[in-house]
Design a protein around this ligand. Structure first.
Ligand code: ZN
Length: 294
């Protein structure tokens, strides 16, 4: 289906709506949605209200999804034609703390400040600015009759590791169903070169338990012959440590190994983010750990 959305029309759309974008970004930046600080819970609430109001003022239907605890995820729905593909744009509306007293800010972090064509204020870049840019982009697409259903998924706990995101997504999978997701919590390489990120580095927290024997042993009797756990842990902290994630049907296998061929490979077995570790130096314990239910 042809669309009137061309590069030139996008540029004039951006120019026409710039002051509207800036006014809205100001409201978001000046709502200090600091998710790590419980003193800002009321600001999170205000930020969620502002998000709903914004999505609705753009013509979307906004739904707020919550887990038992924590901050919600807001879903904005634009278009619901089953014949069209559906794309979901992910952003987050919470921010990191910021202080002019303890950090090198030239301006007040929670006051939206413009210097030339640059915006200053916590969240202008990460991730309120990109969230609103995507929303204005959706408006341009809708006005140009681009044949697509658009969804927005705006989280409010990203800066604290998204502790409830997975729960909320799983519980509401049917309503949040989509065909593709664009993560709009990324950067452009330069002002003149729009960038579309193909991958993001993630963080995976876990507790590592390294066992080198099947039973407790007495240092006075078997000390010299026993594998020394501290020694093996050095490999895990080594500078040439590489981490490889392999998958099979039952477990995610995270293989820690060093790049040096002379050093030991160490394997960890992970299930539901509970990690059991086994060193391949001690083959006898690997089968035991693999069988054990975490
Ligand atoms: Zn971010």
């Amino acid at each position: 289906m042809p669309t009137t959305l061309k590069r030139d029309s996008l540029v004039s759309f951006a120019n026409e709506h710039r002051s509207e974008f800036e006014a809205l970004l100001r409201r978001f930046v000046e709502t200090p949605t600091v998710s790590v600080d419980p003193n800002h819970l009321d600001d999170i609430r205000k930020g969620v209200e502002l998000t709903v109001e914004t999505l609705e003022s753009f013509g979307g239907k906004a739904e707020v999804y919550r887990a038992d605890k924590g901050n919600p995820v807001i879903h904005g729905v634009f278009g619901n034609d089953p014949k069209l593909p559906t794309v979901t744009v992910y952003n987050h509306v919470d921010v990191q703390p910021a202080s002019k007293e303890t950090e090198p800010w030239d301006t007040e972090p929670f006051v939206f400040t413009q210097k030339g064509d640059t915006y200053y204020g916590r969240g202008t870049t990460d991730d309120k600015g990109p969230a609103l840019a995507a929303l204005f982009g959706a408006r341009a697409a809708i006005e140009a009759d681009v044949p697509v259903n658009i969804r927005f998924l705006w989280e409010s706990e990203e800066e604290i590791g998204s502790p409830n995101f997975e729960k909320i997504i799983s519980k509401n999978a049917q309503s949040l169903k989509t065909e593709s997701v664009v993560v709009s919590d990324t950067v452009w390489v330069s002002r003149n070169r729009p960038a579309s990120s193909a991958g993001l580095r993630g963080l995976l927290g876990f507790i590592l338990r390294l066992e080198t024997a099947t039973v407790d042993t007495h240092s006075g009797e078997t000390g010299g012959a026993s594998r020394n756990v501290v020694f093996h842990q050095f490999f895990l902290g080594g500078r040439d440590l590489a981490i490889k994630v392999e998958r099979n049907s039952a477990d995610d296998i995270i293989a820690f190994h060093t790049n040096s061929p002379s050093t030991t490979r160490i394997f960890c077995v992970a299930r539901n983010r509970q990690f059991l570790a086994a060193s391949s130096l001690v083959p006898s314990i690997s089968p035991m750990l693999r069988k054990r239910k975490p």
